[in-house]
Design a protein around this ligand. Structure first.
Ligand SMILES: [Zn+2]
Length: 230
């Protein structure tokens, strides 16, 4: 999906988000958002949004809606910026050889994604754990990995699996566990309304899959209140 050539055409807003996901704050060689905006703006999304507005019985030319097609275009570009993130840049210099082999757990990572069936948001928290086999990844990178996959059209199951697979491939740890808890606006807003319904998905690899004790340890971390919470 990623083609760095095409990325020169990214609008500024998207480029900024991509750079933010790829780089640490204060990174000196982070690609700046100041490169000129070029193409990528053929008006097709604007035209399509106007069509939708007309089809639902609205007047796309009334004052409140006049700039909506342009805003929607920019919004979708930003919400799907994850397609343009380069995983190599993301993990650049953040994988370290460390002789640590206990479970590392990063809990309560907030994420926002778009369901690919309705283009409506689903959002919640991600919990990511792995057992290093000689290599660890910088702590701040894990939320960025979540972000890289969340800012795409997704189903929650695939998002969960992609985060787990990515860590498994890049770190070659003894195991990875990922749990996502999310509210889907397409479920909350449509049909029988059940606000507050939370969908939970899990992906377990390696020891997390084979070893009941490892899995139980992971889930016990998630059940416990976070340190510092009253
Ligand atoms: Zn949906």
């Amino acid at each position: 999906m990623t083609d760095r050539q095409d990325d020169r055409d990214l609008p500024d807003g998207v480029r900024e988000i991509v750079a933010e996901i790829e780089s640490e704050i204060g990174d000196e060689d982070a690609p700046g958002p100041s490169e000129p905006r070029t193409a990528g703006h053929n008006g097709r999304i604007e035209a399509a949004v106007r069509e939708i507005l007309t089809e639902i019985g609205e007047d796309p030319d009334r004052e409140g809606l006049r700039t909506t097609p342009d805003r929607v275009h920019r919004m979708y570009a930003e919400l799907t910026a994850g397609y343009h993130v380069d995983p190599e840049r993301l993990i650049n210099r953040a994988v370290f050889d460390v002789a640590y082999s206990e479970m590392v757990v990063v809990r309560d990572i907030p994420f926002y994604s778009l369901c690919e069936h309705h283009l409506l948001p689903f959002f919640g928290n991600a919990h990511v754990a792995y057992i290093p086999a000689g290599r660890v990844i910088g702590l701040s990178k894990i939320p960025r990995i979540v972000e890289m996959y969340a800012r795409r059209l997704q189903v929650q199951e695939r998002l969960t699996q992609q985060i787990a697979d990515f860590l498994m491939e890049r770190l070659e740890p003894d195991g990875v566990g990922v749990v996502l808890e999310a509210t889907h606006l397409c479920a909350a807003m449509r049909g029988v309304r059940k606000p507050g319904t939370v969908m939970t998905t899990a992906a377990v690899l390696g020891l997390f899959r084979r070893n009941d004790k490892t899995r139980a340890e992971f889930f016990s971390h998630l059940a416990r209140p976070a340190p510092g919470t009253p």
